[in-house]
Design a protein around this ligand. Sequence first.
Ligand code: SF4
Length: 632
Amino acid sequence: MSLTQYTRLQTAEVRIGDLLLGNGHPIRVQTMTTTDTMNTMATVEQTIRCIEAGAELVRITAPSKNEALNLQNIKDELRKRGYQTPLVADIHFTPNAAEIAARIIEKVRVNPGNYADKKKFEFIEYTDAAYQEEIDRIRERFTPLVKICKEYGTAMRIGTNHGSLSDRIMSRYGDSAIGMVESAMEFLRIARDENYHNIVLSMKSSNPQVMVQAYRLLVQTLLENGEVFPLHLGVTEAGDGEDGRIKSAIGIGALLEDGIGDTVRVSLTEAPEAEMPVAKLLVDRYANRNSESHIPKEEIPIDFFAYSRRHTHEVLNIGGKNVPRVFADYSNRETITAASLFAVGYAYSVDMDKWNLSDSACDYLFVGKNSVNFEIPGTLGVVMEYEAWLQNKNKERHYPVLSCSEYNQPNERSGELNFVEVELEDLTETFLSVLKSDTTVVLLLKTSHECAVQHRRTAIFRLMNHGVTCPVVLSSKYDLDEEAYTLYSSTDVGALLLDGMGDGVLISNTHSSLAKSNAIAFGILQATRTRISRTEYISCPSCGRTLFDLQETTAKIRSRTSHLKGVKIGIMGCIVNGPGEMADADYGYVGTGVGKITLYKEKNVVKKNIDEDQAVDELISLIKEYGDWVEA
Ligand code: SF4
């Protein structure tokens, strides 16, 4: 409802067994099992581990009638052991499985991209009449499920995935947020025509930018239609470890900041119970979020349904067309030596008297009152507190940070680059008019406000509304444990970068190393696709369809390819959904049978059913064949 005030979107209430969702109820957390659904005991045990880790809903895949039928055994065993948590059947391609599951458990999830369509990656020119015929065909296939859900009191999620839009939607709307919304709306209209409203919607993507725009557009469409259904949030195929957490925190967190989201699933390529602490940390931040944030009103100068980077002028290598810069905070260090730069991507070779830079080498050191008494690499700048800078004899690639009051004095400055530390409240009319005529200033934009995203967003809107084009570095200090630091800094910075705001990142945490902060900063830029510095992995979280050990395989592929800057590799557990879900990957590694892997170049199969133990080598040969390989 607002980009500058935190207000949770008012949605309708949906009942899933005894669990109420939407309508101001707490944001629910959920996950999905990875066991074979036919293995009742393994699925029950894993579901219990998820519930005990905090899951309020557990999804189980039902790829065919047999698995759907076995949901009864799983449910019975769970209830016998005293677990009442509602279960959700995950359906792709199999309406008959959905119709069985809807009679047994509390909720079914259908993917409108493949419930009634098979994907062939074909472009089809539809006349309006031919398109309507397709809609009629969907109505015929989908209405029986709606009727069953209505009769049994079963809830439903219409879950669009960016990677599995039908050929029909792709042909008419393209690979777009509008296409994603329309894909859900086609199914939603049918359900509403049947007077069935126990519905949750989702718009997932592995690209947080696409995801955020699709949810915003969906909300606008629902508001126009007069019935706002609860929303399930998730970034698909986020991957594992820190990357998966950063990507999820950006996509999910940015929407939660917008007040959007009634339930969250964090998809990590890890055990499903490992997703729960991450999901809980993400949603707990909003449990007591005050909507009376008292942030001054500012007109919104951007189109928040489409990405466009804020126009800034270039100051040295910051702003303009430069990638966002990364700043490392050395201000708490007692001494800074050449060896201490190793943490932020610089290794000095004494033998060769040369600096070696990693792909994640930071651009500036913020040293506070400290100084640097050795020759720094040519690509690095040093940022110092103003008084220290004045006293420092060496001014080459050394730049001051001024407070607003220091900036307002006619003092000595750098002729090239001056940082000024500001908060929203410092951006007065007088200050803004001075900024307009000073082409050496880069703002270090801080906030101490609870609603950090809205507070800084308002500050940037104010700059835009006043025609101030100086670059902005997003600067935040945290005092959190490492997991919360990773998630919250990713949300705070990522949400702004997704809307094109921010020309640099300076983050630090009392309890984290410089290496950690540097990795998070580069991870945020990678996930928002504002600065690509390494390989991107789009790996599915795995489920009962998975045909190999995804965690181990992802780690194996990562260890051989993580130096391939800008290459996107999809690692998918099954052939049914994998090729669709990996969306815009350059190379795909997809399970096709027990011990068998099929390799893709973009959407095309290039090596079919190769043995799993040779598949990673084959993948590397393929990358070499297409000229994307470089030696580590
Ligand atoms: S792509 Fe992965 S998570 Fe999706 S259905 Fe296949 S195995 Fe399951």
